[in-house]
Design a protein around this ligand. Structure first.
Ligand SMILES: Cc1cc2nc3c(=O)[nH]c(=O)nc-3n(C[C@H](O)[C@H](O)[C@H](O)COP(=O)(O)OP(=O)(O)OC[C@H]3O[C@@H](n4cnc5c(N)ncnc54)[C@H](O)[C@@H]3O)c2cc1C
Length: 370
């Protein structure tokens, strides 16, 4: 068994190679940090090269993404908030995802997004409803199988809205080769994804005495732009400001991200996707009327397909066009810095897991303080 890429830090873990392999020779296996990487079974591999052909890391070396698989037109930026108060509460920022997905569902289409499974692990799914996709899960989703599922749905004549991190969106376009009119690609602004293995250990820790029944990385009970984390275990509810919650602090400190996130080539506004959505950080400087802590989406539209979908979405939302510079937050300009403590953090994580111990109490007490 050998790894697909010589340089692990280049691999986005998108799973496109897994879906592209015609003989099922590639599995995604977690390393000691808990991130999934492709592993090839050489007894099955026919050296056809399909895996390398679809790999987004092979075609983006920080050079010309705009010349990739999709046409990048002029980028238009909007502040958007859905009109439905309950929907706004159920969404991370301004509910852009839901109002964009709704017209696709209403026309009989399907939506791909990231949902929790029964054990709170994050998995990409294709569905005809979107409730489980709402709310950001700041962990790398398992996308294996999703590209094949989307390709098959498109082949059956279904409309699809695919939402995901930029590397997942790029993986899909690579696998399809060309983007059909029936597919709309919506990428997230993304500062990086955390280790699924670490998240698994954390959810097991929370479930140790009493089962975890809910987890929200961006709770909106307080009007603080969803800067609250909450969970319920054994019927008891926990809620804390993100800057006081030890697990959220690990993310804020850039300790727990996938290695490739620190050199991510997608931290730019001119990506080959129809639409990009995120939090509109800094909206108070441009549109003070949105600065009430209830959340506002940033929406970047690049293609005619994206424009058409936004026009339908604004029937259920308020959107105001803003200058692109006003909307270009740090995550659209540059990558996050790698914490110097990251290697010690994951060494200790791996050692404790190997010993069969719960790594969470030690890691949170050592690294999860402000
Ligand atoms: C890992 C991660 C990092 C992010 N970093 C930033 C950032 O730095 N700056 C910023 O402005 N916005 C960031 N976002 C986006 C932001 O948190 C919201 O997801 C976005 O504003 C959409 O919110 P909404 O109100 O439209 O809808 P919601 O209904 O909350 O939308 C959720 C959307 O996120 C998708 N999603 C949820 N979890 C994942 C996941 N693990 N992997 C892939 N897709 C997922 C769902 O499929 C759905 O499309 C990030 C999101 C994620 C998942």
């Amino acid at each position: 068994m050998t790894h697909l890429l010589d340089k692990k830090e280049l691999c986005f873990g998108c799973s496109a190679c897994h879906d592209a392999c015609p003989v099922g020779a590639i599995c995604m296996a977690a390393d000691s940090e808990g991130f999934a990487y492709p592993v090839i079974d050489q007894t099955l591999c026919t050296d056809c090269g399909a895996c390398l052909k679809v790999c987004p890391a092979q075609v983006v070396s920080g050079t010309d993404l705009a010349g990739g698989t999709g046409a990048v037109g002029q980028v238009k930026a909007y502040a958007l908030r859905c009109n439905d108060t309950e929907l706004l509460k159920a969404s991370t920022s301004g509910g852009a995802f839901s109002v964009l997905a709704q017209p696709v569902l209403e026309s009989g289409g399907l939506v791909a997004g990231a949902a929790f499974d029964d054990n709170f692990q994050v998995k990409h799914l294709l569905a005809d409803s979107i409730e489980s996709f709402r709310k950001s899960k700041y962990v790398q989703s398992d996308a294996s199988g999703i590209y094949k599922a989307v390709k098959s749905a498109l082949g059956d004549g279904r409309k699809v809205l695919f939402s995901g991190t930029p590397c997942q969106c790029h993986a899909l376009l690579q696998l399809l080769g060309t983007q059909p009119d029936s597919l709309t690609v919506v990428s997230l602004v993304c500062r990086g994804v955390q280790s699924p293995g670490l998240w698994k250990a954390y959810t097991e820790h929370l479930s140790k005495n009493e089962a975890l029944s809910a987890y929200c990385f961006r709770d909106k009970r307080v009007q603080n732009d969803a800067h609250t984390v909450s969970y319920t275990a054994g019927g008891k509810e926990y809620a804390a400001a993100m800057n006081k919650d030890p697990f959220s602090i690990l993310y804020t400190k850039c300790l727990t991200l996938r290695p490739s996130c620190y050199t991510c080539p997608y931290t730019r506004p001119d990506l080959p996707f129809d639409i990009t959505i995120g939090d509109f950080w800094g909206v108070e400087k441009v549109l003070p009327q949105f600065a009430d802590g209830r959340g506002t989406s940033l929406v970047l539209v690049r293609t005619a397909r994206g424009k058409e979908l936004l026009e339908k979405a604004v029937q259920n939302a308020t959107a105001v066009e803003v200058p692109l510079e006003a909307a270009t937050q740090t995550a659209l300009r540059t990558t996050v810095p790698k914490s110097m403590l990251r290697k010690f953090f994951f060494k200790q994580f791996a050692d404790l897991i190997q010993k069969g111990e719960d790594p969470i109490p030690f890691l949170l007490s050592k690294y999860g303080a402000t």
